[in-house]
Design a protein around this ligand. Sequence first.
Ligand SMILES: *Cc1c(COP(=O)(O)O)cnc(C)c1O
Length: 353
Amino acid sequence: MEARVSQYVRSDLRGFTGYASARTSTQAGTIWLNANEAPQENPAAPTARRYPSPQPPELVQRLAAYYRVLPNQVLVGRGSDEGIDLLIRATCHARQDAILVCPPTFGMYEVSATIHGAATVKVPYAYHHPNALIDWPAVVKAALTNPVKLVFLCSPGNPTGNSLALNHVANVARTLEGKALVVVDEAYQEFARSPSAVSLLAEHENVVVLRTLSKAFGLAGLRVGSVIAAPELVQALRACQAPYPLPELVIEAATNALQQEAWPNVQPVIAERQRMEQELSKLPCVEAVFPSEANFVLVRFANSDQAFAALQQAGIVVRDQRYHPYEFMANALRITIGTKEQNTEVLACLEAL
Ligand SMILES: *Cc1c(COP(=O)(O)O)cnc(C)c1O
């Protein structure tokens, strides 16, 4: 397995072990004078005197238990955003290799690729009322005919909202074995009915899953995300990561948060999403509500300029999606599910149109 998974890593990084920090040293002792830390705690943050563990064992264990994988399949880092960046840097030769995305999708894949000097191959979603659907044969063809090292799939999709069928993901992974990693970004998985792609890891060495505490756990400000992958790939990504990716105070808060099975905020958000889907689709100004398995709804308006302006006027800020060059997105706005009261205000504002 080791040799097989390393074929996805950049040839010049195979065997690269990264920076050996004072924290990764395996020495034993009771008086630690190897990292030039201060001898006294700072009362402003007494638990932060020492450099943090690069992969805090208790946090990694709790994440692994929550995602139902083994601790050596988890790399924790500064949000899934860092996971995306690490995957691109570890697998793509700059000015040579490419990633593949299915727009409209999360913007960070292309941003990270561009900064690294990797190209972005785009296979747009096709619109089949009421859903935006991935063009699977086109994804496979484009991945095989371009120097693609990473295929980014988002499930549930941002901003499209729907989940991908795992049999399609598995087929793409099988076809691209030995050529590319298939990354399933599950930032919104807790809100979905469909199962996680984590179940594909046992059968498919080239499947990678991204998860985050930013959405369902209500901890976007902590910046904690996980890459879930084959252990050898986790090691290769770790070698490319900053020496101490998570601050001590963040490690403490995230470890505490994972004491509960799932943040109790999820069910009320799902209930409100269903109410918003129903109520929005009754409004005369709304053309279509995309079925959502996430904590937002994508809504197509008869006139999205008017809807955007009316919401803005009422002090309600939503995500403009009109910059996407796809016809089915031309009049679309993405609305995050808020509290019951906030959602009712959104409806009241749009009812008047
Ligand atoms: C919000 C979001 C993320 C960002 O996750 P962080 O862990 O906060 O970096 C990743 N992917 C998608 C699709 C998102 O919508």
